[in-house]
Write a protein that binds this ligand. Structure first.
Ligand SMILES: CC(C)(COP(=O)(O)OP(=O)(O)OC[C@H]1O[C@@H](n2cnc3c(N)ncnc32)[C@H](O)[C@@H]1OP(=O)(O)O)[C@@H](O)C(=O)NCCC(=O)NCCS
Length: 315
């Protein structure tokens, strides 16, 4: 059994804030943000919530797949910014869609989507699910300290979703998906509080330079491991879709791999870092053309530290 991508969808809050429109008292500039990160704008949730964005992205993915919500028997949402402490965002999406089966969230910060993909792929390959919605959805604007210019300018809100369908007799689908973590780095990218510690969600705190270095290293190692384990070379890869945290991280990776920059998808200028939503939102940007490509590679890295890599063969 293979887990084949048959639909992609995305959702962004209506409000879009360019670097020029950030609060004046932040003491930042378009020049600093653009050159250090590649970010030009971010969408900020007002009436939208993580679950409403996730539901909208899921509906669009189902529309493209021409699959009805009643066929979905598994929903996994990668998120760390749920609407409530409980229930999960996934169960709210399940309610909004009117589907049945099993729904749950995965907490792996910016790696949430690749973690969710790995679990959904296992469910499908072991016969536990036939049709899965894998979603990354976040409202990071709600957990950044809007007085801390070193972090608040980096993030944005949004959601992306894919539909994975169980199919036999095809060599398409998720060919490889490896997720990893190293808790020794737990303090490097962390919120300043949480339900069990401060009874708040806390604000994002990070050691930016260390995160930067780790991301470049892990992206590079993960691609090479993926190629080795699948007997492939970079020539066999049509598109790399890395987590969108910083365009300089992506540029460094592209240089280290020695590949053409057209082979690496960059959407950070439009969305900023949307954590678990960044990879599926990037896929959504090219949803009308991506199915003409064959082998795509997804790369994630996030708090924990967590990281992951996936090889997907499209039809
Ligand atoms: C955050 C990041 C952009 C910072 O870039 P950097 O080149 O390391 O910059 P520094 O943190 O050293 O700060 C350099 C200067 O810019 C200033 N600065 C920080 N944020 C600023 C902002 N928004 N506007 C203007 N100046 C800013 C700092 O105060 C510092 O000033 P100083 O030299 O007078 O002390 C970069 O480290 C990064 O992207 N790291 C990865 C973060 C990430 O991706 N996190 C999520 C991972 S999933």
């Amino acid at each position: 059994m293979n887990s084949v991508i048959v639909g992609i969808g995305g959702a962004l809050p209506k409000k879009c804030v360019t670097n020029f429109e950030l609060p004046a008292d932040l003491d930042t500039s378009d020049e600093w943000i653009s050159t250090r990160t590649g970010i030009k704008q971010r969408h900020i949730a007002e009436n939208e919530t993580t679950a409403s964005l996730a539901s909208e992205a899921a509906k669009k993915a189902l529309e493209q797949a021409k699959i009805s919500a009643s066929e979905v028997d598994l929903i996994i949402v990668g998120t760390v910014t749920g609407d409530y402490t409980f229930p999960s965002v996934a169960t709210i999406v399940q309610k909004n869609l009117g589907s049945k089966g099993v729904a749950f969230d995965v907490s792996a910060a910016c790696s949430g989507f690749v973690y969710a993909l790995s679990i959904a792929d296992s469910f499908i390959k072991t016969g536990k699910a036939k049709c899965a919605l894998v979603i990354g959805a976040e409202t990071f604007s709600r957990i950044v300290d809007w007085k801390d210019r070193s972090s608040c300018v980096l993030f944005g809100d949004g959601a992306g979703a894919i539909v994975l369908r169980a199919e036999k007799n095809t060599d398409c689908g998720v060919k490889y998906c490896k997720i990893s973590s190293d808790g020794a780095y737990a303090d490097y990218l962390i919120t300043s509080g949480g339900v069990s510690t401060t009874q708040t969600s806390g604000f994002v705190k990070m050691q930016g330079r260390e995160v930067f270095k780790f991301a470049v290293e892990k992206f590079y190692d993960s691609v090479n491991e993926l190629l080795r384990e699948n007997n492939m070379t970079l020539d066999d890869v049509d598109l790399i879709v890395p987590h969108q945290a910083n365009s300089r991280i992506i540029k460094k990776l592209t240089e280290m791999l020695g590949i053409d920059e057209n082979k690496v998808l960059v959407t950070i200028d439009k969305h900023a870092n949307t954590s678990a939503a960044s990879i599926p939102l990037a896929l959504n940007e090219v949803r009308d053309t991506i199915f003409s490509k064959k082998n795509i590679v997804l790369l994630s890295m996030g708090a924990g530290f967590t990281w992951g890599a996936a090889l997907i063969k499209l039809r």
